[in-house]
Write a protein that binds this ligand. Structure first.
Ligand SMILES: Cc1cc2nc3c(=O)[nH]c(=O)nc-3n(C[C@H](O)[C@H](O)[C@H](O)COP(=O)(O)OP(=O)(O)OC[C@H]3O[C@@H](n4cnc5c(N)ncnc54)[C@H](O)[C@@H]3O)c2cc1C
Ligand code: FES
Length: 226
């Protein structure tokens, strides 16, 4: 099945039963040979992935989940990424032909990835880092707010897309709610099965608990109970 931006794969890191559970990784890039993911070393699974060689094989399930709905021709996407969250929105930016603005924040400049590629796509990019080593010092959501304050575009033409740490998603949702902009956010959760069976990944929404792996990972921000 052809993957859609915002979908993900469950990847079995290592051999045998250690670790038992597959790890979730967003579709990063489609290639002629298959697809790529981009990952950050976090714990055992990602450390094992780093040790794999080109000729090794991996068990992979996917593509899974819903992905980002595309904007209408009248809408201009404002895409907010935090750290490794860029992996999820990158294929959206690649596939979307129209104008789009990227707001990309990380702890420091060495955690800002794919900048040349993003610029090569002709995107207007705003960068911020916590330590000020690249772009504006501080939160990318503040940069987004400043942009919206100074923009002369009718705000109803914007649509937000975001992927990153939970506090950033919560802050983006607040911006969206206060300004009346629709926002689609990709939620993260610990996943065991990735297939909707174990209920390990649920998030609380205004219409009950929903599975990030099945009804998500992309939700309208107004749906989430923070
Ligand atoms: C939809 C989605 C897309 C993602 N895309 C990316 C990406 O593109 N790049 C990236 O770097 N990261 C991504 N992540 C995060 C990534 O899945 C985790 O960083 C990764 O699982 C870490 O694995 P680890 O073994 O290195 O870390 P560890 O912290 O050792 O293990 C984390 C994993 O342990 C399991 N686990 C831990 N606690 C529980 C629990 N309470 N219940 C059930 N299972 C548990 C889960 O499988 C969890 O994923 C994504 C996550 C989601 C949900
Ligand atoms: S990970 Fe099992 S239901 Fe989502």
């Amino acid at each position: 099945m052809e993957p859609f931006p915002g979908q993900f794969y469950m990847v079995k890191a290592g051999r045998g039963n250690d670790p038992l559970l597959r790890r979730a990784f967003s579709l990063f890039r489609r290639t002629s040979e298959g697809f790529q993911v981009m990952y950050r070393i976090k714990g055992r699974g990602t450390s094992l992935l780093r040790e794999m060689k080109t000729e090794d094989t991996l068990e992979v399930l996917g593509p899974l989940g819903n992905g980002y709905p595309f904007p209408s021709d009248e809408q201009t996407p404002l895409v907010v990424a935090g750290g490794i969250g860029i992996a999820s929105v990158f294929p959206f930016l690649h596939a979307h032909q129209g104008r789009a603005f990227v707001f990309y924040g990380a702890r420091s400049g060495d955690e800002i990835f794919m900048l040349d590629e993003l610029r090569g796509m002709g995107r207007e990019i705003y960068i911020s880092t916590d330590d000020g080593s690249l772009g504006t010092k501080g939160s990318i959501v503040d940069v987004l707010n400043n942009y919206l304050d100074s923009s002369r575009t009718d705000i109803s033409r914007f649509i937000l897309y975001a992927c990153g740490p939970h506090p950033m998603l919560k802050a983006v949702s607040k911006v969206a709610a206060s300004r009346g902009i629709t926002a689609y956010i990709s939620m993260e959760a610990n996943m065991a099965c990735g297939l909707g069976a174990c209920l390990g990944c649920v998030v609380k929404t205004k219409t009950g608990y929903k599975r990030v792996c099945k009804e998500g990972p992309v939700f309208k921000s107004e749906e989430i109970v923070w």
